[in-house]
Design a binder for this molecule. Structure first.
Ligand SMILES: *Cc1c(COP(=O)(O)O)cnc(C)c1O
Length: 382
């Protein structure tokens, strides 16, 4: 049996501190013991979201809070804008349509991101749009969106900006309050170093005004009800107690390392991985590569599914493949959560060996050497 390494953009590996917390006996949630933990977690979440506003926690996958954002912030029949450049942009559109909202979509080529002027143009053409849905990191293509500029535009035009930061949060720079982002959604199994099962959502005062005026057709995801309970350090329904206890540990670790240090770490790791990939003669899929995940084009003549399988089954290093029409065309290497500089060396060495197994000509160590060179030059291990 191979030792297994997980480099997928969710779920991500768990640190021992989190694993230990997950193994503790369960406690009851209507107790002061739990309430103390929940209060501490709520403060820690504000730090990682970089906001003074409350961050609500739900027991669901990330998509649950995407749905919560749509259902609470928009009304039936309302026109809303979604930026679509991959699988998760499409998800905004699908959720909007599932709930009878009219989705205006700004479609960009997968692997690309719209310029702010393009967003401005579509907003001018659709003045009824009040809410804009986007993603910090489009995980399906490894693409970063300039959320700072988008938030500036949305504020100028009086629009509410909702950002899917499910893969980007913690791994990539996101300054919710400073940039003026209204709503941020995230999940537990990516940058936050927990198993899947928790989802989070932060809301600005501006967004609250709209929510308060909406007639919300939601029950579990009714944010007004959630806020009422939150004010008493409580949740309307049974929280995922075990995960919240573990969350306290991961938030402590993030605070200790420092968010800006983590952003810098993944920025350098992703840079080194991109440079290594190019050194091997491969291309980066995205035109605006994200720091949280690198999508690599599978070279001509190599089957991407075989490459993925060779890495996973023969070497023990699991990356993600491509989704939808990118299946077999790209592989995706995550840089988020409990991953460090040395992990990049492992991932690139596995890529070199798997390419060689499939008959692609590789000079062993060329990519790995590049990663080492960059880390040493930047004084990472000083
Ligand atoms: C993973 C991911 C999601 C979906 O999250 P689930 O937890 O699988 O529901 C949504 N958006 C982005 C950008 C993601 O990376």
């Amino acid at each position: 049996m191979r030792k297994k390494f997980l480099f997928t953009p969710g779920p991500t590996p768990l640190p021992p501190e989190v694993q230990e917390a997950l193994s503790r006996p369960i406690i009851h949630h209507r107790t002061t013991d739990y309430q103390e933990i929940f209060a501490e977690v709520n403060e820690g979440l504000k730090y990682i979201f970089q906001t003074q506003n409350p961050v609500f926690t739900f027991a669901s996958s990330g998509t649950g809070v995407m749905e919560a954002a749509v259902v609470n912030l928009t009304r039936e029949g309302e026109k809303a804008l979604a930026i679509v450049g991959g699988k998760f942009g499409e998800r905004w559109k699908e959720i909007l349509e599932a709930f009878g909202r009219e989705c205006v979509s700004l479609d960009v080529e997968w692997g690309s991101a719209p310029r702010v002027e393009e967003v401005e143009k579509i907003l001018d053409e659709n003045p009824e749009v009040e809410v804009v849905f986007a993603a910090l990191c489009e995980t399906s293509t490894g693409t970063k969106m300039d959320i700072k500029s988008l938030a500036e535009l949305c504020n100028k035009k009086g629009k509410i900006l909702v950002v899917d930061a499910i893969s980007g949060l913690v791994a990539m720079e996101l300054r919710t309050d400073e940039w003026g982002v209204d709503v941020v959604v995230a999940g537990s199994q990516k940058g936050i170093m927990l198993p899947p099962g928790l989802a989070f959502l932060s809301i600005s005062e501006k967004a609250w005004k709209k929510i308060e005026n909406n007639h919300i057709k939601a029950y579990y995801f009714d944010l007004k009800k959630t806020r009422k309970a939150y004010e008493k350090t409580d949740t309307p329904f049974t929280p995922a107690v075990g995960l919240i206890v573990a969350l306290r540990e991961s938030l402590k670790m993030i605070k200790e390392e420092g968010l800006e240090n983590i952003w810098r770490k993944f920025s350098l790791i992703s840079f080194a991985v991109r440079e290594a990939v190019k050194t091997l003669g491969l291309e980066i899929f995205s035109r605006y590569p994200a720091e949280a995940v690198t999508a690599v084009k599978v070279p001509e003549g190599i089957d991407g599914i075989e490459l993925y399988k060779a890495m996973k089954d023969r070497i023990g290093v699991q990356v993600a493949g491509g989704q939808a029409h990118l299946k077999g065309k790209i592989i995706r290497i995550a840089h988020m959560g409990y991953m460090d500089y040395t992990d990049a060396i492992v991932a690139i060495s596995a890529l070199e060996m798997a390419l060689s197994i499939l008959g692609y000509s590789v000079e062993f160590g060329k990519g790995v050497g590049k990663v080492m060179e960059i880390f040493m030059k930047e004084g990472v291990f000083k």
